[in-house]
Design a protein around this ligand. Structure first.
Ligand code: IPE
Ligand code: IPE
Ligand code: MG
Length: 262
């Protein structure tokens, strides 16, 4: 179906065996602040987007070093189409060039790349490049890199609901059997564990229509650092903060170890 994301094979991650338990398995990032970074240097916004590519590379390398299994990056939202056409055009060109420039290194590092979102909104050329990159890296199992483009959390829920409606109409799905698990199975990234840690750079404290469904129990971390300035030190801060969190998932706190059970 043209509207849905490219889906490839499930990764057979070997990262899980080596990393300490306080390391997130799945990291999701809203890469915000490129425009302000450029403005501070009296440059056009596109200059900031180009600078952001370096931070993407540093983040991917960091995840590889840490044994993180999945990295999901918000690169372009459903709402970002409303930006001036010059900026949107510059971003499309950047995506195209970035794929060409990075794909060999990503493949060499055993990264499985996928583009998630309403890909039908992109040009034929860009779509073909995205499919080719996903296909070429489909069997890689070290890190799953999901690049969300023309993505919105609401779009994701709506496309999953549409798939269920179609299956019901086709007679392959009993509507009374639909539950959270059924819907989840049709959401983007259903083959991965949900994000453990969400990071937003650029100082805003909001989700901006990123992974609404998948972030239900994700730990949230916000930093004022602008995306082009993101580096391993900043990521260390975020992961150290995450390691101190107690994840309860609605349950009661884990009791401190005592000599006798109460
Ligand atoms: C994030 O940076 C990149 C995209 C949304 C494409 P911004 O372009 O939103 O930068 P700011 O938030 O205006 O500084
Ligand atoms: C969120 O940033 C989208 C991406 C980083 C791709 P925005 O800059 O679009 O978000 P708002 O407009 O500040 O909420
Ligand atoms: Mg922004």
């Amino acid at each position: 179906m043209g509207m849905t994301a490219i889906t490839t094979r499930k990764p057979r991650s070997r990262a899980a065996a080596t990393k300490p338990p306080s390391t997130p398995r799945h990291l999701a990032i809203v890469m915000d602040g490129n425009g302000r970074w450029a403005r501070r240097r009296a440059q056009p916004r596109s200059f900031g987007h180009r600078a952001g590519q370096k931070a993407v590379r540093a983040t991917v390398e960091y995840c590889l070093r840490q044994g993180i299994e999945a990295l999901t990056l918000f690169a372009f939202s459903s709402e970002n189409w409303q930006r001036p056409s010059g900026e949107v055009g510059a971003l499309m060109e950047l995506f195209l060039k970035a794929i060409d420039k990075e794909i060999d290194e990503l493949h060499k590092n055993e990264v499985r790349v996928r583009f998630i979102g309403n890909l039908s909104a992109f040009s034929e050329t860009l779509r073909a490049r995205m499919y080719a990159a996903a296909l070429r890296t489909a069997d890689n199992a070290r890190l799953a890199l999901n690049v969300c483009v023309s993505y919105g959390g609401r779009w994701d829920i709506a496309q999953a609901a549409r798939q269920l409606a179609e299956a019901t109409l086709a007679g392959t799905l009993d509507p009374t059997s639909i539950d959270e698990k059924t819907l989840n199975g049709r959401m983007c990234l259903a083959d991965l564990p949900p994000p453990d840690l969400f990071i937003r750079t650029g100082g805003e404290r909001r989700i901006s229509n990123f992974l609404l469904w998948q972030l239900a129990y994700t730990e949230l971390y916000f930093t004022d650092t602008l995306w082009p300035d993101m580096d391993a030190t900043e990521l260390d801060f975020a992961l150290a903060d995450y390691a101190r969190r107690e994840r309860r998932f609605g349950c009661v706190p884990t009791p401190l170890p005592t000599a006798r059970a109460s």
